[in-house]
Design a protein around this ligand. Structure first.
Ligand SMILES: [Zn+2]
Length: 606
């Protein structure tokens, strides 16, 4: 909020101070003035009346400096449209930000002088057409490339008339300015009242400028008519805060208040049968109704239910359990801690664009993303069979060739873009910290592309891996040159190459049905002072950046998705003690959480 006092003091310094104090008191972020001398602004020959008008409104250098000091002392920003470049030299140290008025949009020598100094700049666009605005922005950016950042440049829609009619606010122009300039967008108001400022905020304005006075009564200078008073600005500030809160983040998802109250289940409907059913009985359309709550079979599956048979005796209007039909019961059990107290975060009925196309038929695509109220783990509840859809993705005949190509591409990523290089650096550090230095024995469970082990080899460690995919194992042995690789799982692993100083589960346990069991098995292959590294998708962090359908962390292939609380629960269920837990956004943009674990004493002795 920029409170523009401008020329409202009409040349009276005491009045200017009074207006400054009121503006400071109004809650405005900036108080703004205009710095000019009549003779350096208006030609005395061509426009003698305007020249005299501006001369009358002049304040002295000392007066301007006193006002700027008063703002600074109150912790409020001081701003000025400086229409006289000689004045800029002494006022510049007092201005954290520059303002170019509409009249100076085409005054390129003025733009040049401000732009070369590089402070954040706000440009008003009254009088201009779009090309003139774009030309001015391009000119400013050419003088100083810092203005390519929206943090440094704001462009305000403005109509240079006092006052303007509502239809002349033309707020939609902000949409065009945002799209075409890439700058921060705002609005400078000359309507009567503050409604246009509220509307502009709802349309995305992030900078608001308005004229400011003590009272509009009995004033002749035209700017007072379009000015707001202290109390009106206070009211405006409170309303803007509410509008900003109401705008939210734009991510369409069930919000915590809808989830915590369980309304996703209680307000939605499921298919019910009006009469009691015996196990094996076939459902007929005329017996079925859709009612709240959404227990048993989701109402979207009505067509699939007709003709299917129920798997158990069911009372009239009881939750249905139907053979061959996805059933999303009201109480799904947590895969980690077994609690029944789990909440539906969202129901996903079609493949999100961030998910690999596993060729799941559209009519069968249905899952719930849930979260356990106890351990906090997120999980996908569905009747899809993971092995089926992995098979579909891997069966392409060119798979081995594509694997080699992907390995080469991911391996070649520079450090700043590589999740694997960051992970290897992190774990190399841990091995050094526990006295292993080079030559630590590392076992990676679920090698995949094996880029991580290739990096660990470069750090001088002895590397071993496990993967159920024969192409991954062949790549590890032949291309990466690991010391040993087992084709299978920890269940079928005989410990060859062990015991290990470090066993890693990098984005693996979210894919397995029993992650606790997999972790427990790893302990058998650990050296007495070895440790286990577990890295998983972080659902809490992902939801800060998007929704369950816009973030790949929640994709169907992840049976469980974690946060700091649930990775600790996972370790503790597996009899492990946690040394470290950390959440991060990786170079690839993935939200992840990792934990370092060691066996508790009792587990080791077993
Ligand atoms: Zn749980």
């Amino acid at each position: 909020m920029i409170a523009e006092i401008g020329g409202n003091h009409e040349g009276d310094f005491e009045y200017a101070l009074k207006l400054t104090d009121l503006a400071i008191d109004s809650g405005a972020d900036f108080v703004k003035f205009q710095l000019y001398r009549g003779d350096t602004l208006v030609s005395p020959a061509e426009s003698p009346d305007r020249n005299a008008h501006f001369k009358k409104f002049e304040l002295t250098r000392d007066q301007h400096l006193e006002i700027a000091g008063r703002c600074a002392a109150a912790g409020v920003g001081y701003m000025a449209s400086v229409w006289d470049l000689e004045m800029l030299e002494w006022i510049d140290p007092h201005m954290p930000i520059y303002k170019i008025g509409s009249g100076d949009l085409t005054a390129y020598p003025v733009l040049h002088e401000f732009a070369r100094r590089g402070k954040p700049m706000i440009v008003s666009t009254g009088l201009a057409n779009l090309e003139e605005v774009l030309d001015a922005v391009a000119f400013i950016q050419e003088v100083n490339p810092v203005y390519r950042s929206p943090d440094k440049l704001a462009v305000l829609q403005c109509t240079s008339m006092y006052p303007i009619e509502d239809k002349d606010a033309n707020l939609r122009v902000m949409d065009v300015l945002r799209e075409k300039t890439g700058a921060t967008i705002g609005y400078s108001d000359h309507t009567i009242g503050s409604l246009a400022l509220l509307a502009a905020t709802a349309r995305g304005a992030q900078v608001l400028e308005f004229h400011f006075t003590d009272s509009r009564e009995g004033k002749t200078f035209r700017d007072h008519k379009v000015s707001l008073t202290r109390d009106e600005v206070r009211e405006l500030g409170a309303q803007l805060e509410r509008i900003t809160a109401m705008l939210g983040d734009g991510v369409k998802r069930p919000l915590p208040c809808e989830v915590e109250t369980n309304h996703v289940t209680t307000f939605r409907r499921a298919v019910y049968c009006k009469r009691p059913l015996k196990a094996g009985e076939v459902l007929k359309e005329e017996d079925l109704v859709v009612l709240r709550p959404n227990h048993g079979v989701d109402a979207r599956l009505m067509n699939q239910v007709v003709g299917a048979s129920v798997t158990s005796d069911t009372p009239a209007f009881g939750a249905l359990n139907v053979d061959g039909v996805v059933s999303l019961s009201g109480n799904a059990v947590c895969p980690l801690c077994g609690r029944e107290d789990t909440k539906v975060l969202s129901v996903v009925t079609r493949r999100p664009s961030v998910e690999v196309d596993y060729q799941i038929p559209a009519s069968e695509y249905l899952r719930q993303v849930r979260q356990c109220a106890g351990c906090g783990v997120y999980f996908n509840q569905h009747n899809l069979i993971p092995d089926d859809f992995y098979g579909a993705a891997y069966n392409a005949s060119s798979y081995a060739g594509k694997f080699a190509e992907r390995y080469a591409r991911v391996r070649a990523l520079p450090f700043e873009d590589s999740d694997n290089k960051h992970r290897a650096a992190r774990l190399n550090q841990e091995l050094i910290l526990c006295g292993k230095g080079r030559g630590g024995r590392v076992l990676d469970v679920g090698m995949g592309l094996c880029v991580f082990l290739a990096e660990m080899l470069e750090h001088g460690h002895q590397c071993f891996g496990i993967d159920p995919d024969a192409v991954s194992v062949a790549n590890a042995m032949e291309k990466v040159g690991v010391a040993g690789a087992h084709c299978g799982t920890l269940d079928t692993f005989n410990g060859e190459g062990g015991p290990f100083d470090l066993i890693t589960f990098n984005k693996v346990l979210e894919h397995v049905a029993d992650p606790v069991d997999a972790l427990r098995r790893a302990v058998d292959f650990l050296s007495p002072d070895g440790f286990i590294y577990v890295e998983l998708p972080d659902g809490d962090l992902a939801l800060k950046h998007g929704s369950t359908t816009s973030r790949a962390e929640f994709n169907v292939e992840h049976l469980s998705i974690y946060n700091q609380k649930s990775i600790l629960a996972l370790g503790s269920k597996a009899g492990l003690k946690n040394l470290r837990v950390h959440s991060m956004v990786e170079p690839s943009g993935k939200c992840s959480v990792y934990g370092l674990f060691v066996p508790t004493e009792s587990e080791r002795s077993v």
